[in-house]
Write a protein that binds this ligand. Sequence first.
Ligand code: ADQ
Length: 472
Amino acid sequence: MPAQRTFDLVIAANRLPVDAVTGADGKITWRRSPGGLVTAMESVMHGREGAWVGWAGEPGKAPRAFTQNSMHLRPVRLDQDDVVDYYEGQSNDCLWPIYHDAIVPAKFRRRWRTAYERVNTRFAEQVAKVAAPGATVWVHDYQLQLVPALLRKLRSDVRIGWFNHIPFPPVELFMQMPGREGILEGLLGADFLGFQRKPDAANFLRACRGLLDVTVRGDVVHLPDGRSVRASAVPISVDYNGLRELAGDPAVQQRAAEIREQLGDPKHILLGVDRLDYTKGLRHRLKAYGELLQSGDLDPSETVFVQVATPSRERLAAYRELRGQVELEVGRINGEHSPIGSTALTYLHRSFPRTEMVALFAAADVLIVTPLRDGMNLVAKEYVACHADDGAIVLSEFTGAADELSRAYLCNPHDIDKLKQTILQAMHDPPGEHRRRMRSMRRTVMTNDVQHWAEDFLTNLQAAPHKPKGHR
Ligand code: ADQ
């Protein structure tokens, strides 16, 4: 048997960065998934031997390992039971709601926890096989919180970092979770833990102090075995240059003009882009828009609202229910307010190619982002990258993005009256005000782009448990 190839940098994430495409002849090829994470990883992989360990997206036997764009991709097997219990159950019906303020109640099942441990062990074993001596391992997100400690047991020589793409909950909520200490201990197998916002890191440190026999000093957890783990904020961002280039492409600009025309050349285009998830505040947004039409503050012959709602987790009851509620409300708004021959609200429940998304961003006058809780929200940063001096963002205070994009029109989506006022202000402020706000936000996204984020994370990981020199 040939010796196993090993790599200096290993990424572990629930999903591989590629999607399987079955051709007419039944042959499977792999297409790079769109999105910032893949771009960021490509930039840090540059000139390094890198591997990515993750699920290929279909239950059953895992495809063989393969290389794509000089990255070694190693699929992890998930059986149907694993998909139901580890992925849909523990990850998305327990951890996801607890980590998002319990907007819907979390469910706790012992079977799900067992599956979570089983699948995390499988990930750790695969990483241990492909990591070179002394390799850097970067584990992603809430699905893999046990991997750091499991991996450390197998490979004490590697340097382990973990990044949480979603919020980390306040300790009062975190405490509800059966097996809560196990999660903290799992994470503390890492050398460095990265969070989207400072309050997320603070919540994690508080949970460690309250629930474990450890000492916490500043942002470092000191363990009884002498190891120390640092937890800090490293906010994720978008591929600013890539998006700018696309937005400047004449074909994309032409498409943006076409979109405006197809929408009837309205005075104002409002846009929402979200996964259809209860954390994103879609119902609050639709309520505000419906009331603005009802009161006559918005005229549907002058204003249209485009809501892109990407299908998401449709096997879970909470998501099916939300879809029903949203679609009922869309129908009601259009039934009551659409002029003959056009719609007050264009609802698009599907995925779009990157170029179409950029054209939509470019065409929209106001982006409306109203999550009740969101780790970061990349859509807001993407919109900034796609606009030169025009445009405006209504942005929920409960997103990670609000920390950096403080010149957006910030709002509390629970306060429908204020949300309505904020939408109107964002629409009607003079161009000079839009320009000042967008310029300031553009500078922020340009300097803190996704490549910067990835480098920042790895610098923190190398220096841990110390702060890198000259670091904030
Ligand atoms: P998400 O909850 O998925 O991410 P977000 O950050 O907004 O949320 O990213 C969504 C991405 O999907 C964006 O790049 C967007 O352009 C794209 N997208 C959305 N709808 C689409 C459609 N219909 N067609 C094509 N593309 C579409 C999680 C956390 C966030 C955190 C990110 C990254 O919940 O808080 O910002 O990870 O860490």
